[in-house]
Structure formats: C-alpha cells, structure tokens
Design a protein around this ligand. Sequence first.
Ligand SMILES: Nc1nc2c(ncn2[C@@H]2O[C@H](COP(=O)(O)OP(=O)(O)OP(=O)(O)O)[C@@H](O)[C@H]2O)c(=O)[nH]1
Ligand SMILES: [Mg+2]
Length: 199
Amino acid sequence: MPLNIKKSDFVKSATKPSQYPEDIFPEFFFAGKSNAGKSSMLNKICNRRKLAITSKTPGRTQLINFFLINNDISFVDIPGYGFANTPKNVKRSWETMVMSYLEHRKNIVSMFIAVDIRRGVGRLDEAMLELCENFNINANIIMTKSDKVSNSEKAKTKITTKNMLSDYKNISNIQTFSAKNGDGVDNALRIIENTKIKI
Ligand SMILES: Nc1nc2c(ncn2[C@@H]2O[C@H](COP(=O)(O)OP(=O)(O)OP(=O)(O)O)[C@@H](O)[C@H]2O)c(=O)[nH]1
Ligand SMILES: [Mg+2]
C-alpha cells in the first residue's frame, strides 16, 4: 500500500550535525543535481504546494531542511550539486555539509536521487551514488519532469538508465516522476511505506 501522508511539517534547517533534529524517525533524503526537481518532488509527495521552497533559479535549496511526516517519518531536502559556475568555496561548503550529514545521521533508511529525465544520469549523480554505496545507503532513482517527454521516451530512458547503472548494488528502484501531472507519486509513496520499517 502507498503511504498515506496526512500531515507534513517543516522542522528546521541545519548546516551541521549539532543543529539536526533528533534522529528517532526513519529518514529519507532527496538529493540530485541543482534544479532537477528535488523540492518539487518532496512537495508533490506530501501533496503540499509550498512546503519546500522551489525555484526556477538553480541553487535555491542551500541548507539541509528537515520535515516531519505523519509524526513518524523524516524527509530531508538537501542542497543540489553541480550548477554551472559554482564558486569553489560554495562547492567546499556543500561537500562539508553533505559529507557530515551522511557520516553522522544514523536514521537514514533511503535516498531519492532526482535526475531530470531530459538530461539523464550525469557524472555527479554517479559520484553521489558511489558515496551512498560507501555509506550503505539504499538509493531510488527518480527521473523527474516526465511530463516534458513522450511515453515512449519515458520507457526508453528507464531502460537505458537501468543498463547504465547496473553496477550499483544499492539501487532498489528506477522510476519516472512528474510534480506536474502526478506520474510516479503512488510508486514513490509505496516505496516509502515499504522502506520506513527498516530503522
Ligand atoms: N514541468 C515540470 N517542471 C518541474 C517539475 N519538477 C520541478 N519542475 C520545475 O523545475 C524547477 C526546479 O525545481 P525545484 O524543485 O526547485 O528543483 P531543486 O532540485 O529543488 O533545485 P535546487 O534546490 O535549486 O537544487 C522549477 O522551476 C520547477 O517548477 C516537473 O515534474 N515537471
Ligand atoms: Mg530545492
């Protein structure tokens, strides 16, 4: 059964572990390239328009944002990687912030990687996958903005992505998603329902 989200609340933003909320609930985090649609995905899954802030401008989400779902699941929107012309100091602070999140957070059960379906999986997505593999974190690949391509393109991309990522043992699911028309929402909710017990 898909998870039924009845309640979703913003908890807090953080840059470092001392600022994180308690680690008592199973946690899912949303990663991906800047502008790939992470925050929109989180909102669509929660059926809320403005829970996480979204923007046309890449680099909108700059802190680690924690949300509490149904009072017993945690969602985390992390800043995106790899937008053009990232200054070196911003890149370094992203790395410090995300690395210490992965190192310290004990309640992570799974991650959703948002990949713009028109762009496909890139070098930095693979780097993120590898990083998570090292931390034993299970990954779900979400090909976002599927409303922008035809059904045949959707099917084709799913197959090529599956083939391309077949070496990663930590990927449990590859699916399409649209925050615009709801494609893939139920499947994402089913995954959360089935994974949340793992803590
Ligand atoms: N057509 C369409 N547009 C989308 C979809 N999801 C996101 N967008 C648009 O893509 C842009 C970026 O969306 P965000 O959700 O802010 O992306 P993000 O990955 O959180 O970006 P950063 O926080 O900057 O890393 C916005 O203009 C969204 O409206 C989708 O499913 N379909
Ligand atoms: Mg965002």
